[in-house]
Design a protein around this ligand. Structure first.
Ligand SMILES: NC(=O)c1ccc[n+]([C@@H]2O[C@H](COP(=O)([O-])OP(=O)(O)OC[C@H]3O[C@@H](n4cnc5c(N)ncnc54)[C@H](O)[C@@H]3O)[C@@H](O)[C@H]2O)c1
Length: 354
Protein backbone atom coordinates (compact mmCIF):
# COMPACT_ATOMS: atom_id res chain seq x y z
CA UNK A 1 0.00 0.00 0.00
CA UNK A 2 1.38 3.36 -0.94
CA UNK A 3 -0.95 5.72 0.79
CA UNK A 4 0.31 5.40 4.35
CA UNK A 5 0.79 8.61 6.26
CA UNK A 6 4.40 9.10 7.30
CA UNK A 7 4.48 10.22 10.92
CA UNK A 8 7.12 12.01 12.95
CA UNK A 9 6.62 11.76 16.72
CA UNK A 10 7.70 14.79 18.74
CA UNK A 11 8.45 13.72 22.32
CA UNK A 12 9.11 10.06 23.04
CA UNK A 13 7.88 9.62 26.61
CA UNK A 14 4.98 7.80 28.18
CA UNK A 15 2.61 9.21 25.56
CA UNK A 16 4.89 9.44 22.51
CA UNK A 17 6.64 6.10 22.81
CA UNK A 18 4.27 4.02 24.90
CA UNK A 19 1.05 5.22 23.26
CA UNK A 20 1.55 6.97 19.89
CA UNK A 21 4.26 4.62 18.60
CA UNK A 22 2.70 1.41 19.91
CA UNK A 23 -0.76 2.39 18.64
CA UNK A 24 0.56 3.43 15.22
CA UNK A 25 2.17 0.00 14.96
CA UNK A 26 -1.37 -1.46 15.08
CA UNK A 27 -2.18 0.30 11.78
CA UNK A 28 0.68 -0.53 9.39
CA UNK A 29 -1.61 -0.16 6.37
CA UNK A 30 -2.47 3.40 7.37
CA UNK A 31 0.66 4.83 8.99
CA UNK A 32 4.43 4.49 8.96
CA UNK A 33 6.44 5.67 11.94
CA UNK A 34 8.93 7.59 9.88
CA UNK A 35 10.87 9.45 12.54
CA UNK A 36 11.00 10.87 16.01
CA UNK A 37 12.61 13.61 17.98
CA UNK A 38 13.30 13.71 21.70
CA UNK A 39 15.79 15.72 23.74
CA UNK A 40 16.72 12.45 25.41
CA UNK A 41 18.94 10.54 22.97
CA UNK A 42 18.31 7.23 24.72
CA UNK A 43 14.63 7.56 23.76
CA UNK A 44 15.59 8.26 20.17
CA UNK A 45 17.57 5.00 20.22
CA UNK A 46 14.52 3.08 21.49
CA UNK A 47 12.38 4.40 18.62
CA UNK A 48 15.06 3.46 16.10
CA UNK A 49 15.55 -0.03 17.46
CA UNK A 50 11.95 -0.92 18.13
CA UNK A 51 10.27 0.68 15.12
CA UNK A 52 13.04 1.06 12.55
CA UNK A 53 12.40 4.82 12.45
CA UNK A 54 15.00 7.51 12.01
CA UNK A 55 15.52 10.14 14.67
CA UNK A 56 16.66 13.72 14.89
CA UNK A 57 18.59 15.77 17.39
CA UNK A 58 17.42 19.09 15.98
CA UNK A 59 13.82 20.33 15.90
CA UNK A 60 14.11 22.20 12.60
CA UNK A 61 15.66 19.25 10.77
CA UNK A 62 12.94 16.99 12.20
CA UNK A 63 10.15 19.33 11.15
CA UNK A 64 11.54 20.02 7.72
CA UNK A 65 12.05 16.42 6.66
CA UNK A 66 10.18 16.49 3.34
CA UNK A 67 8.99 12.89 3.71
CA UNK A 68 7.06 13.50 6.93
CA UNK A 69 3.39 14.42 6.49
CA UNK A 70 2.11 14.35 10.06
CA UNK A 71 3.76 15.49 13.29
CA UNK A 72 2.31 13.74 16.32
CA UNK A 73 2.97 16.06 19.26
CA UNK A 74 3.55 14.35 22.62
CA UNK A 75 5.82 16.80 24.37
CA UNK A 76 4.98 18.34 27.75
CA UNK A 77 1.72 20.24 28.01
CA UNK A 78 3.10 23.82 28.18
CA UNK A 79 4.85 23.28 24.82
CA UNK A 80 1.80 22.08 22.91
CA UNK A 81 0.66 25.32 21.29
CA UNK A 82 4.18 26.37 20.25
CA UNK A 83 5.03 22.95 18.88
CA UNK A 84 1.72 22.76 17.05
CA UNK A 85 2.35 26.12 15.42
CA UNK A 86 5.84 25.03 14.35
CA UNK A 87 4.56 21.77 12.85
CA UNK A 88 1.87 23.61 10.88
CA UNK A 89 4.29 26.30 9.75
CA UNK A 90 6.54 23.52 8.43
CA UNK A 91 3.65 22.45 6.21
CA UNK A 92 2.72 19.32 8.17
CA UNK A 93 -0.49 17.97 9.57
CA UNK A 94 -0.41 18.35 13.37
CA UNK A 95 -1.88 15.79 15.78
CA UNK A 96 -1.88 17.52 19.14
CA UNK A 97 -2.00 15.75 22.51
CA UNK A 98 -4.33 16.90 25.22
CA UNK A 99 -4.36 19.36 26.87
CA UNK A 100 -4.31 21.14 23.51
CA UNK A 101 -3.79 24.39 25.44
CA UNK A 102 -3.37 25.42 29.07
CA UNK A 103 -5.34 28.68 28.99
CA UNK A 104 -8.30 29.96 27.02
CA UNK A 105 -5.99 32.60 25.49
CA UNK A 106 -3.89 29.72 24.16
CA UNK A 107 -7.10 27.98 23.11
CA UNK A 108 -8.02 31.01 20.99
CA UNK A 109 -4.58 30.77 19.39
CA UNK A 110 -5.41 27.16 18.49
CA UNK A 111 -8.63 28.38 16.84
CA UNK A 112 -6.62 30.93 14.85
CA UNK A 113 -4.19 28.21 13.75
CA UNK A 114 -7.10 26.03 12.68
CA UNK A 115 -8.38 28.87 10.52
CA UNK A 116 -4.95 29.67 9.12
CA UNK A 117 -4.26 26.02 8.27
CA UNK A 118 -7.67 24.55 7.47
CA UNK A 119 -7.90 20.75 7.75
CA UNK A 120 -4.37 20.45 9.12
CA UNK A 121 -4.87 20.42 12.88
CA UNK A 122 -6.35 17.53 14.90
CA UNK A 123 -6.66 17.09 18.65
CA UNK A 124 -5.84 13.81 20.38
CA UNK A 125 -8.85 13.46 22.64
CA UNK A 126 -8.40 9.72 22.50
CA UNK A 127 -10.87 8.92 25.25
CA UNK A 128 -13.68 10.08 22.98
CA UNK A 129 -13.08 6.64 21.45
CA UNK A 130 -13.24 4.74 24.77
CA UNK A 131 -15.45 1.69 24.40
CA UNK A 132 -17.41 2.20 27.68
CA UNK A 133 -18.15 5.86 26.87
CA UNK A 134 -19.45 4.92 23.43
CA UNK A 135 -21.50 1.98 24.67
CA UNK A 136 -23.05 4.07 27.44
CA UNK A 137 -23.97 6.82 24.98
CA UNK A 138 -25.76 4.18 22.91
CA UNK A 139 -27.65 2.94 25.97
CA UNK A 140 -28.73 6.49 26.82
CA UNK A 141 -29.85 7.07 23.23
CA UNK A 142 -31.88 3.82 23.27
CA UNK A 143 -34.13 5.41 25.91
CA UNK A 144 -34.24 2.40 28.28
CA UNK A 145 -33.09 4.59 31.20
CA UNK A 146 -35.75 7.21 30.42
CA UNK A 147 -34.74 10.82 30.95
CA UNK A 148 -31.19 10.72 32.34
CA UNK A 149 -31.00 13.40 35.01
CA UNK A 150 -27.69 12.70 36.73
CA UNK A 151 -24.35 11.36 35.50
CA UNK A 152 -21.34 10.72 37.71
CA UNK A 153 -17.97 10.38 36.03
CA UNK A 154 -15.13 9.21 38.29
CA UNK A 155 -11.52 8.29 37.76
CA UNK A 156 -10.02 7.35 41.08
CA UNK A 157 -6.63 6.11 42.16
CA UNK A 158 -4.24 6.57 45.06
CA UNK A 159 -0.91 7.77 43.72
CA UNK A 160 1.93 9.40 45.65
CA UNK A 161 3.30 10.53 42.29
CA UNK A 162 6.11 13.04 42.00
CA UNK A 163 6.63 13.60 38.27
CA UNK A 164 6.22 16.91 36.38
CA UNK A 165 2.48 16.19 36.07
CA UNK A 166 2.23 17.13 39.79
CA UNK A 167 3.89 20.55 39.40
CA UNK A 168 1.97 23.73 38.56
CA UNK A 169 5.02 25.34 36.93
CA UNK A 170 5.22 22.40 34.49
CA UNK A 171 1.55 22.51 33.49
CA UNK A 172 0.79 19.59 35.80
CA UNK A 173 -2.26 18.84 37.95
CA UNK A 174 -5.17 16.53 37.28
CA UNK A 175 -7.23 19.32 35.71
CA UNK A 176 -4.75 19.50 32.82
CA UNK A 177 -3.97 15.81 32.88
CA UNK A 178 -7.16 13.74 33.19
CA UNK A 179 -9.44 16.81 33.08
CA UNK A 180 -9.61 17.16 29.29
CA UNK A 181 -10.76 13.55 28.90
CA UNK A 182 -13.65 13.70 31.34
CA UNK A 183 -14.65 17.29 30.56
CA UNK A 184 -14.92 16.21 26.93
CA UNK A 185 -17.21 13.35 28.04
CA UNK A 186 -19.28 15.70 30.21
CA UNK A 187 -19.74 18.17 27.35
CA UNK A 188 -20.70 15.35 25.01
CA UNK A 189 -23.36 14.13 27.45
CA UNK A 190 -24.67 17.70 27.84
CA UNK A 191 -24.46 18.54 24.13
CA UNK A 192 -22.20 21.51 25.04
CA UNK A 193 -25.15 23.31 26.70
CA UNK A 194 -23.87 24.10 30.20
CA UNK A 195 -25.82 26.65 32.22
CA UNK A 196 -24.03 26.36 35.59
CA UNK A 197 -20.75 25.01 36.90
CA UNK A 198 -19.20 24.51 40.36
CA UNK A 199 -15.70 23.22 41.02
CA UNK A 200 -13.20 22.26 43.69
CA UNK A 201 -9.45 21.65 43.41
CA UNK A 202 -7.40 19.95 46.12
CA UNK A 203 -3.96 18.60 46.69
CA UNK A 204 -4.22 15.36 48.61
CA UNK A 205 -1.42 12.80 48.38
CA UNK A 206 0.68 13.63 45.29
CA UNK A 207 4.07 15.12 46.13
CA UNK A 208 3.99 18.17 43.88
CA UNK A 209 2.15 21.47 44.36
CA UNK A 210 -0.70 20.98 41.86
CA UNK A 211 -4.17 19.54 42.49
CA UNK A 212 -4.46 15.77 42.41
CA UNK A 213 -8.15 15.69 43.37
CA UNK A 214 -10.85 17.69 41.63
CA UNK A 215 -14.56 17.91 41.25
CA UNK A 216 -16.61 19.78 38.68
CA UNK A 217 -20.39 19.80 38.76
CA UNK A 218 -22.09 20.88 35.55
CA UNK A 219 -25.76 21.63 35.07
CA UNK A 220 -26.97 21.20 31.53
CA UNK A 221 -29.64 23.23 29.79
CA UNK A 222 -32.00 20.24 30.02
CA UNK A 223 -31.46 20.04 33.81
CA UNK A 224 -29.13 17.05 33.71
CA UNK A 225 -26.30 17.26 36.25
CA UNK A 226 -22.86 15.83 35.48
CA UNK A 227 -20.72 15.31 38.58
CA UNK A 228 -17.14 14.76 37.50
CA UNK A 229 -14.46 13.64 39.94
CA UNK A 230 -10.82 12.87 39.24
CA UNK A 231 -8.69 11.80 42.14
CA UNK A 232 -5.21 10.55 42.80
CA UNK A 233 -6.07 10.43 46.51
CA UNK A 234 -9.02 8.02 46.59
CA UNK A 235 -8.04 4.77 48.23
CA UNK A 236 -11.40 3.13 47.48
CA UNK A 237 -12.31 3.80 43.85
CA UNK A 238 -15.93 4.33 42.89
CA UNK A 239 -17.58 3.32 39.62
CA UNK A 240 -16.24 5.13 36.57
CA UNK A 241 -19.81 5.82 35.39
CA UNK A 242 -23.09 6.06 37.29
CA UNK A 243 -26.22 7.25 35.48
CA UNK A 244 -29.65 7.80 36.98
CA UNK A 245 -32.68 8.09 34.73
CA UNK A 246 -36.46 8.25 35.17
CA UNK A 247 -36.75 4.59 34.12
CA UNK A 248 -33.57 3.06 35.50
CA UNK A 249 -29.89 3.33 36.27
CA UNK A 250 -26.52 2.17 35.08
CA UNK A 251 -23.10 1.72 36.58
CA UNK A 252 -19.91 0.84 34.75
CA UNK A 253 -16.49 -0.11 36.01
CA UNK A 254 -13.82 -1.33 33.63
CA UNK A 255 -15.54 -3.56 31.09
CA UNK A 256 -18.60 -4.35 33.25
CA UNK A 257 -21.92 -2.57 32.89
CA UNK A 258 -24.71 -3.09 35.42
CA UNK A 259 -28.15 -2.03 34.24
CA UNK A 260 -31.47 -1.91 36.04
CA UNK A 261 -34.47 -0.51 34.22
CA UNK A 262 -38.21 -0.82 34.02
CA UNK A 263 -39.43 -3.24 31.40
CA UNK A 264 -40.66 -1.31 28.40
CA UNK A 265 -44.40 -1.02 27.99
CA UNK A 266 -45.20 -1.24 31.70
CA UNK A 267 -48.17 1.01 32.35
CA UNK A 268 -48.69 2.38 35.85
CA UNK A 269 -52.01 3.44 37.36
CA UNK A 270 -52.58 7.16 37.53
CA UNK A 271 -51.89 7.46 41.28
CA UNK A 272 -51.82 10.91 42.74
CA UNK A 273 -49.98 12.38 45.70
CA UNK A 274 -52.17 13.05 48.74
CA UNK A 275 -51.69 15.57 51.51
CA UNK A 276 -53.50 13.65 54.27
CA UNK A 277 -51.88 11.74 57.13
CA UNK A 278 -50.93 8.22 56.03
CA UNK A 279 -52.20 5.28 58.14
CA UNK A 280 -49.82 3.95 60.82
CA UNK A 281 -49.99 0.41 59.56
CA UNK A 282 -49.44 -0.98 56.12
CA UNK A 283 -45.81 0.04 55.75
CA UNK A 284 -44.49 2.04 52.86
CA UNK A 285 -47.05 0.56 50.50
CA UNK A 286 -49.79 2.66 52.04
CA UNK A 287 -47.58 5.69 52.45
CA UNK A 288 -46.41 5.75 48.88
CA UNK A 289 -49.61 4.78 47.08
CA UNK A 290 -47.37 2.98 44.67
CA UNK A 291 -48.58 -0.52 45.27
CA UNK A 292 -47.94 -1.78 41.83
CA UNK A 293 -45.05 -4.09 41.34
CA UNK A 294 -42.31 -2.75 39.11
CA UNK A 295 -41.15 -5.18 36.45
CA UNK A 296 -37.43 -4.56 36.62
CA UNK A 297 -34.93 -5.84 34.14
CA UNK A 298 -31.51 -6.23 35.69
CA UNK A 299 -28.53 -7.11 33.53
CA UNK A 300 -24.79 -7.44 33.87
CA UNK A 301 -23.27 -7.02 30.44
CA UNK A 302 -19.81 -6.56 29.02
CA UNK A 303 -18.88 -3.29 27.37
CA UNK A 304 -19.41 -3.83 23.63
CA UNK A 305 -20.49 -0.81 21.59
CA UNK A 306 -22.31 -1.66 18.34
CA UNK A 307 -19.27 -0.63 16.31
CA UNK A 308 -16.07 -2.04 17.83
CA UNK A 309 -14.08 0.93 19.00
CA UNK A 310 -11.20 1.59 21.37
CA UNK A 311 -8.95 4.49 22.20
CA UNK A 312 -6.48 3.60 19.46
CA UNK A 313 -9.36 3.89 16.92
CA UNK A 314 -8.58 7.61 16.95
CA UNK A 315 -5.83 6.87 14.44
CA UNK A 316 -8.34 5.39 11.98
CA UNK A 317 -10.48 8.53 12.32
CA UNK A 318 -7.39 10.67 11.77
CA UNK A 319 -6.43 8.73 8.65
CA UNK A 320 -9.94 8.97 7.21
CA UNK A 321 -10.01 12.73 7.85
CA UNK A 322 -6.65 13.35 6.20
CA UNK A 323 -6.86 10.92 3.30
CA UNK A 324 -10.58 10.49 2.66
CA UNK A 325 -12.03 13.82 3.74
CA UNK A 326 -14.30 12.10 6.26
CA UNK A 327 -15.01 14.64 9.02
CA UNK A 328 -12.91 14.06 12.14
CA UNK A 329 -15.36 13.51 15.02
CA UNK A 330 -13.67 15.97 17.38
CA UNK A 331 -13.83 19.49 16.03
CA UNK A 332 -11.26 22.04 17.14
CA UNK A 333 -14.17 24.07 18.53
CA UNK A 334 -15.12 21.13 20.76
CA UNK A 335 -11.52 20.71 21.91
CA UNK A 336 -11.27 24.42 22.71
CA UNK A 337 -14.58 24.24 24.60
CA UNK A 338 -12.77 21.86 26.97
CA UNK A 339 -9.93 24.35 27.40
CA UNK A 340 -12.45 27.09 28.14
CA UNK A 341 -13.79 24.99 31.02
CA UNK A 342 -10.34 24.18 32.47
CA UNK A 343 -9.44 27.86 32.29
CA UNK A 344 -12.65 28.88 34.04
CA UNK A 345 -12.18 26.24 36.74
CA UNK A 346 -8.63 27.47 37.39
CA UNK A 347 -9.66 31.10 37.63
CA UNK A 348 -12.76 30.56 39.80
CA UNK A 349 -11.71 27.79 42.18
CA UNK A 350 -9.97 28.29 45.46
CA UNK A 351 -7.19 25.71 45.70
CA UNK A 352 -6.95 23.87 49.02
CA UNK A 353 -4.71 21.23 50.54
CA UNK A 354 -6.28 18.21 52.24
N1 LIG B 1 -4.02 11.18 25.53
C1 LIG B 1 -3.54 10.42 26.50
O1 LIG B 1 -4.09 9.38 26.85
C2 LIG B 1 -2.26 10.84 27.18
C3 LIG B 1 -1.59 9.96 28.03
C4 LIG B 1 -0.39 10.39 28.61
C5 LIG B 1 0.08 11.66 28.36
N2 LIG B 1 -0.61 12.50 27.54
C6 LIG B 1 -0.10 13.86 27.27
O2 LIG B 1 1.12 13.73 26.55
C7 LIG B 1 2.03 14.77 26.92
C8 LIG B 1 3.33 14.13 27.35
O3 LIG B 1 3.11 13.41 28.53
P1 LIG B 1 4.07 12.19 28.95
O4 LIG B 1 3.45 11.55 30.11
O5 LIG B 1 4.41 11.38 27.76
O6 LIG B 1 5.37 13.00 29.41
P2 LIG B 1 6.84 12.42 29.47
O7 LIG B 1 7.61 13.34 30.33
O8 LIG B 1 6.80 10.97 29.82
O9 LIG B 1 7.35 12.55 27.94
C9 LIG B 1 7.65 13.77 27.32
C10 LIG B 1 8.83 13.53 26.40
O10 LIG B 1 9.07 14.70 25.65
C11 LIG B 1 10.47 14.95 25.63
N3 LIG B 1 10.64 16.38 25.40
C12 LIG B 1 10.34 17.39 26.25
N4 LIG B 1 10.53 18.57 25.64
C13 LIG B 1 10.94 18.31 24.38
C14 LIG B 1 11.30 19.10 23.29
N5 LIG B 1 11.25 20.44 23.34
N6 LIG B 1 11.66 18.49 22.14
C15 LIG B 1 11.70 17.14 22.06
N7 LIG B 1 11.39 16.33 23.08
C16 LIG B 1 11.01 16.91 24.22
C17 LIG B 1 10.98 14.45 26.97
O11 LIG B 1 12.36 14.16 26.93
C18 LIG B 1 10.12 13.20 27.15
O12 LIG B 1 10.72 12.06 26.60
C19 LIG B 1 1.35 15.53 28.05
O13 LIG B 1 0.85 16.73 27.55
C20 LIG B 1 0.23 14.63 28.52
O14 LIG B 1 -0.89 15.36 28.97
C21 LIG B 1 -1.74 12.11 26.95
Amino acid sequence: MTDQIKVGIWGLGRAGLNMHASELALYPQLFTIHSGYDLDLERNRILETKYGARTYTDADAFLNDPEVELISIATRSPDHVTHCEKALAAGKYAFLEKPIALTYAEGRKILELDQAYPGKLYSRHNRRFEAPFNHIKEIVASGILGKVYEIKLCRHSFQRRNDWQTLIECGGGQLNNWGPHLIDHALQFLDYKVVEMWSDLKKTVALGNAEDHLKIVFKGEDGCVVDLEISGGAALPQNEYTLFGSLGALTCQGSDIHLKYIQSGQVFKQNEAFSGTPPLSGGVQNAYADQEEINWIEEHIKVAPSKPIDMHSIWEALYLAIKKDIPYPISIQQAVAVVKITDEVKSKTEFTTA
